[in-house]
Ligand binder design. Sequence first.
Ligand code: SAH
Length: 333
Amino acid sequence: MQNLTDRELIEIINTDKYDAELFKKADAIRRERYGTDVYIRGLIEFTNYCKNNCYYCGIRAGNTNAVRYRLTKDDILSCCEEGYNLGFRTFVLQGGEDPFFTDEKVCNIVYSIREKYPDCAITLSIGEKSKDSYKAYFKAGANRYLLRHETATSEHYSLLHPPIMSLEARKECLYNLKEIGYQVGSGFMVGSPFQTTENLVADLRFLTELSPDMVGIGPYITHKETPFFDKPSGTLQLTLRMLAILRIMFPHALLPATTALGSIHPEGRELGLKAGANVVMPNLSPMENRKKYAIYENKIATGLEAAQNVKELKESFEAIGYKIVTARGDVRR
Ligand code: SAH
């Protein structure tokens, strides 16, 4: 699929007529590389304060109606402890770009988790930072970093973000993270406002160039307290199709069936697995905060995506032939 021309890729992305074939091929490739294993990551959304104003995001600084919260280091460590006991061996610390969490604070938290859980992977997803900051977190014990590029077309990027943000800066962060030695995850939203099929092709081309270890994609979902309140959400079908294409193009990639996918359809994540995904990220954040981390509306929070319900999630995946495993789940290049 890497060898297809842009026109051929556009043709595949624009129609549902190849879907059955794509899903079948993607599933076969995943089974070859990763078997039926599904890796679980415990997601800890530790702050919803954000200095940025991304037009699509519900926790943007400009949303004065968002109810803000921050977890303390002790809260975060309790989440890890609960997660560890539930079988999680990867903790993902995600948040808005919150200046309260200085590098010193982030390093201190990472270091404490690293000390207590030497066998676990620590993933950070806290946005754009300087190379020195990324180095410091790595030194403190972080192994992985998630930073979606969001869209690989500059003009589209500037329709989704205020002028102070740029695709160039985003890309530089991603290359810095790789150079430092992180396992890097990038990705994009499917069906984000103004997105064209050409934009999606550019996303695939950029990912080929970056060659990340993980690729996170999910449908864009409207949030009414953003400038995009009247823009429609992305669709299940296109997200599944893009997942399958990613699996075929990047056999090694760790591909999550995201919470956003589970939020637009009750079986979104199961369908994601069938289309080639092999990771899920159940929520370990304290229950009272989950709804507040509302990057989009109607985010699922209390059902099978709750880390506490991992046993039920396991059963639901087993019913369709996949197996949740308790392993760090590192990339297999
Ligand atoms: N501040 C961090 C984490 C952002 S939240 C960072 O900048 O990386 C993680 C991801 O959620 C974003 O990268 C974006 O792709 C996605 N997201 C944000 N708003 C969304 C929306 N309205 N619908 C779907 N996904 C959204």
